[in-house]
Ligand binder design. Sequence first.
Ligand code: HEM
Length: 467
Amino acid sequence: MEPQTSQKSLLAAIVAAGVSAWLLWRRRRWRRLPPGSSWSLPLLGETLAYIRDPLGFIEGKLSQYGGTCSSHLLFSPTVILAVTDANTKLLFSEKNLAWPLHFRKLVGLKSLPMVNDPLHKTIRTLSSRAFVDRQLDSYLPCLQRLSAKHLQLWLDVEGRTSRDLHLEIKKYAFECGEAVILGVENGGPKSDRFMQLFEETFKGLGYVLPLDIPGFPFHQCMKAREALVQEFQDLIEKKRKKLKDPCRMFQINTMLDTMLQADEMNGEDELSDFCVAMMFAGHDTTLCSIQSCLYWLKELPSVEALLRQEVREVWDGESRVTRRILDSAHQTRAFLQEVWRMTPPVQVTSRKLREDTEVDGYVVPKGWTLLYAPAGRHSKAEDCKSFLIQRHLRDGKFIDSTFDPTYFASFGGGNRMCIGYKFARDELLVFLLHFLRDFDVKLTNSQLQRFPFHFWRLEGTVHRADG
Ligand code: HEM
């Protein structure tokens, strides 16, 4: 044999051996993956079915495969976790969130929910200062004032019929966010413009072709975001000037003030992303929660009567709402927790795997997304489909389940757990106190929304409560 021919044969044999080894490795690896559908769209996978009804999709998959299974969602290979203690522990020990790139672009590439350590740790530590108990107490008067103001505004004007309560409540939730997160009380056209820009921007979460190219709808969302950032940069500039002015008595009492004071957070992108992300996370979730609360109150008249009586006993309707008053409304707190269990505004939590990991006997490769939805049919709660406030009460006292993520995971867990859950709870309780004491609602339409948030969207009229 010619030396040249023998060299070629050797090379061919090495390549063939390499390819076979790779194919074998791949087959073994895929054989150890959780089961999943054999067919799905390229790139999109089963995203279309998922965004129509995330919780329903997950419930269906877990039932179909009898537990942990795989799919391809939001541009990423994904494992849907069975709801078990071990999987909960695994999920919440992972530190990196798994949002698709277009979510990150909309919320902010340098914002708390979208960054990973070490920047995550820095921003989280700084932001946490705005949620310590003393700070939370200092927000109560503002929440009280805004609840009273907006409920009064919603009172049905003579001659006006049913209206979109979603829009009215959005104004309230947005103003609470503006006041406490940014330290501004715009109201009127300025708030309306901000809200419109947020609405335009976050429509992009539901787009399946998130291309930031002129002519594509997603490009409009990114344009709206740019306008929003411009507004926030102006605000940041004004606040900076105020902070430098020694003649002005300036109290550091909003989240933005805290960030402006921190040396670690001086980048313009980080600050404007902070405003976009916090306002987004901080107002849409409470907007959804308020509507779901009103829905459940009207579904359950006996619970409503019980809560109205409790609120009359704990608060006179005029004095300043304090932490003591909020803490003593045990049944109202149990009701709110049950609303969040039955209708969690954020239905799923997800993490990106940092390394190949064994899950329920399968091996899930590094970089895959873990998706977990403990609400709904797979919840660990007894008789989980029934709305029962008693499950959150023992001897008449409220039991807080925020940190039991297999049973109640509305705020997630681990080091990415919702940073604003205490503030959200205060905002909802102050609102419920005002509503249950003096107001009532007649619902003319209610529709369950499923994406991006899960809640009852309402139409109706608000009026004064009898007696
Ligand atoms: C009912 C209201 C709310 C619900 C249901 C909710 C739910 C959640 C959930 C499920 C997560 C992800 C947790 C995880 O992956 O483990 C999250 C994260 C987050 N939430 Fe909330 N949230 C609410 C209100 C708020 C408010 C009022 C704020 C701010 C003022 C806020 C700020 C954030 C931030 C910044 C993150 C990201 C935390 C991180 O990555 O470190 N949320 N929230």
